[in-house]
Design a protein. Structure first.
Length: 428
């Protein structure tokens, strides 16, 4: 039996749940509500096998094609794929060094986010300057940003948490007044829109995570979108140690490598010519193959997840005043990443009590992150204290989120709603 035949016989199901499998039709406590999933279509598997058979598995043609198609999907001129969403942010911020930024300069960002947002600012060599969030949108308070701008501010990094867009018109206006870069964190905002435009077109650069449980996935990975060709060239250089990049994107084709290896005076090998400090953060063709197949069912995945999110949101008012979630306003379209649930201040129970109850019912909740500067121990060196960011800290102790992914049926959603209703009956 050939290796290909063996692989075909041992292929996993097209969709792989991240927790215990669901037993169809079972409404008993055995019903499992996993937080996330990944759909790997047959097209992805075929492309992976082709790459393996050709022996071309590093960053190559599949990555280039994935970048082209992702830019087309979002509506930007360019997209650059990297190894993670965290690296996407750090690399995007690092374009500032070609514009005169210095290490230690400041980047403004929300206090509430997944900790990778803060990490990326530090990895890029900048100082994070935090601003509190709104308790209901979960996003940075745009009207407080300008107060934090100093002579050393170089960028604003808005996060579109839980797929809800930050106030990008206000943020971009502030950035324009102060000549600042806007780098969006859209890790959870695939398919989100603001004022009729895809969120990936708002700002100078927008960074996505392509992690396994996200709407678009390459298993691991990240991607940066931009309309600025000069930024795109810098990103290509930064992701590969700061290497010299030629005008065609710096990808060496085997057929014409001898013509492309020498630059300038003809004595320098471009593979060993490094123009800036960089990263080792390339996506590989196996990951891109998964992503290319994923893009072919993008609309289907978004539609299913959006339907699930809307179904839950439309029914969650029944749990007021003790629980609430985000809303979708007329000027926006939420990216259906997950559904946040906030335990209100007046609730006679805690977030952790609610989370334990859900877990015992085999519903998988996740905490809704933390106030990075005051609830994450690794940031104590910045000198912030509890109470500096009250809204972020409140969400950090009162918030959780649950999945709305494409493998959840209405039965799952009803089970979550019924379980939440039973919890409130028991605890209020």
């Amino acid at each position: 039996m050939s290796p290909v035949e063996v692989e075909k016989q041992s292929r996993p199901p097209a969709t792989v749940a991240l927790t215990d499998p669901v037993e169809p039709g079972d409404r008993s406590p055995k019903l499992s509500y996993p937080f996330g999933t990944i759909t790997i279509p047959q097209r992805s598997k075929d492309l992976v096998m082709q790459a393996l058979e050709m022996g071309r598995v590093s960053c190559g043609n599949y990555v280039q094609e994935f970048e082209r198609r992702y830019a087309q999907l979002v509506g930007t001129k360019a997209a650059v794929a990297v190894s993670s969403g965290t690296d996407a942010l750090a690399i995007a911020l690092s374009v500032l060094y070609d514009q005169g930024a210095e290490r230690g300069d400041e980047v403004i960002l929300p206090a509430l986010s997944f900790v990778a947002t803060g990490h990326a600012v530090l990895h890029a060599g900048f100082t994070p300057v935090f601003v509190d969030v709104d308790r209901h949108t979960l996003n940075i308070q745009a009207d407080r940003i300008e107060d934090r701008v100093t002579a050393r501010t170089r960028a604003i990094l808005p996060v579109h948490l839980m797929g809800k867009s930050a106030e990008m018109d206000t943020i971009c206006a502030i950035a324009q007044r102060h000549k600042l870069l806007v780098v969006g964190d859209a890790a959870e905002a695939h398919a989100a829109q603001y004022q009729g435009r895809d969120i990936g077109t708002w700002g100078d650069l927008v960074c996505y995570s392509l992690y396994v449980a996200h709407i678009t996935s390459t298993i691991e990975g990240g991607i940066i979108t931009t309309d600025n060709g000069e930024y795109a060239d810098r990103l290509l250089s930064l992701r590969v140690h700061g290497r010299h990049i030629d005008s065609e994107g710096g990808v060496l084709k085997r057929a014409d490598a001898t013509q492309m290896l020498r630059i300038g005076d003809g004595k320098r090998d471009m593979r060993f010519s490094f123009e800036r400090m960089g990263f080792s953060s390339r996506m590989n063709d196996l990951e891109a193959a998964v992503g290319l197949g994923n893009l072919e069912i993008y609309d289907e995945i978004v539609a299913k997840r959006r339907r699930n999110l809307r179904y839950l949101m439309d029914r969650f008012n029944a749990f007021s005043p003790y629980l609430y979630t985000i809303t979708e306003e007329a000027h926006e379209r939420l990216g259906p990443h997950a559904m946040p649930i906030i335990v209100a201040e007046e609730a006679p129970f805690t977030r952790d009590q609610f989370a334990r109850y859900l877990s015992q019912a085999r519903i998988d909740p996740r905490n809704l992150f933390s106030s990075i500067p005051t609830q994450c121990r690794g940031y104590e060196f910045l000198g912030h204290k509890r109470g500096d960011f009250p809204n972020a800290e409140f969400i950090g102790t009162h918030g959780l989120h649950v999945g709305v992914h494409q493998d959840l049926s209405q039965e799952h959603l009803d089970y979550l709603l019924e379980t939440t209703g039973r919890f409130l009956k028991d605890y209020t």
